[in-house]
Design a protein around this ligand. Sequence first.
Ligand code: ATP
Ligand code: MG
Length: 412
Amino acid sequence: MTLNTLLPGSPSVNGQQTTLGVMGGGQLGRMFVQAAQAMGYFTVVLDPDPASPAGLVSHHHIRTAYDDEQGLAQLMQRCDAITTEFENVPAHALAALAAQRPVAPSAACVAVAQDRIKEKAHFEQCAPISGVAPAPHAVITTDASLRAVPDHLLPGILKTARMGYDGKGQVRVTTREALAAAWDDLDKVPCVLEKMLPLRAECSVIVARGADGQVVTFPVQKNTHHDGILALTEVFDGAVDTTLAQRAQASTVAIANHLRYVGVLCVEYFVVDTAGGTLDLVVNEMAPRPHNSGHYTQNACDVSQFEAQVRALAGLPLTPPRQHSPTIMVNLLGDLWFQANAVRALPGPQAESPPWGAVLVLPGTHLHLYGKLGARPGRKMGHLNITGASVAQVRDTTSQVLALLGLPPLDA
Ligand code: ATP
Ligand code: MG
């Protein structure tokens, strides 16, 4: 269904307050719900988990599987428009919803982001317009395609086509034998083998695109990963080379336009050295939703990625976001809840809250916790946005925060 402007509070399709729905109840859904509520919308979350972070704060929580017909029917009945907070929502469920209600992003766009093979093909199609190509790669779906892999792709990273996140479903391989064994270990599911690139840096770009084709772009963020999981995002002038940043933004707009995308889209890039000694960009992957690397927008920009998601879904105007403070975002993984054990040599696996009091006394620290009940190593529990008047101040505060939390220091 096409999207008309849905103003908050006005009588909706079913005579209720205008209501926005989201498939998935994780932290991204929670922050979408909070942004929607701040603007006066009612919200509904569909997620089977009774303790899902978004379900806990939404006006209504439908606790069924993502493809449960009754759950989907209820979502349609209650909502004026529906979005998703994760790409692995069944595309056919989104398509069913879209028959009755505006859904953004569309099932077709989500299907591209769900599958690395389709995603890479899309990036290659866009390359002549976007000016940025994906990493050299081969698609592996059969024994014959495995044998046909060219030698120059090794050493490489074998990635499952579907369901990968935070470095899961990836195996680094250096020889053809290791590649064959790794594919075997992955039960020979469809995969992509990517050439291992020497990365200088990683960055990502968030854009929001409306149903009318209007696009707004957020500043480019520089990302640091530890063990395949995002650890830090830095956003200020000079964090990413200016020319590369402009190219990354233009490329992301081209990718969104080519898909006729509606909603918030994040595209990740690698910064690599060229043979000529200059730096170049390679497009890695995209997320059809707000992204962990865009959380800084909540405190450093006048429009957050979640407000942009609400505006795009509700057909409201998209105004260009303005960054008002340099910023660094620190991801808070469950490991931090066990740090005290290591520091104080406490026995056993009991979790203890990190020293928030000592962190929050520092000016410009903004704590976001997702309300998850159990801390586990590697689990995303929250993030801290650190803002300041200058880059030096933000870096200084961040260094203090990292030391308090027992995390590795910033690079010099
Ligand atoms: P995400 O959590 O972003 O969804 P993911 O599991 O989908 O992660 P990727 O983003 O493809 O996986 O890869 C995770 C990380 O592994 C990248 O951020 C990068 O640090 C590294 N990496 C991935 N592909 C390559 C490559 N071709 N060459 C070098 N490093 C790579
Ligand atoms: Mg990634």
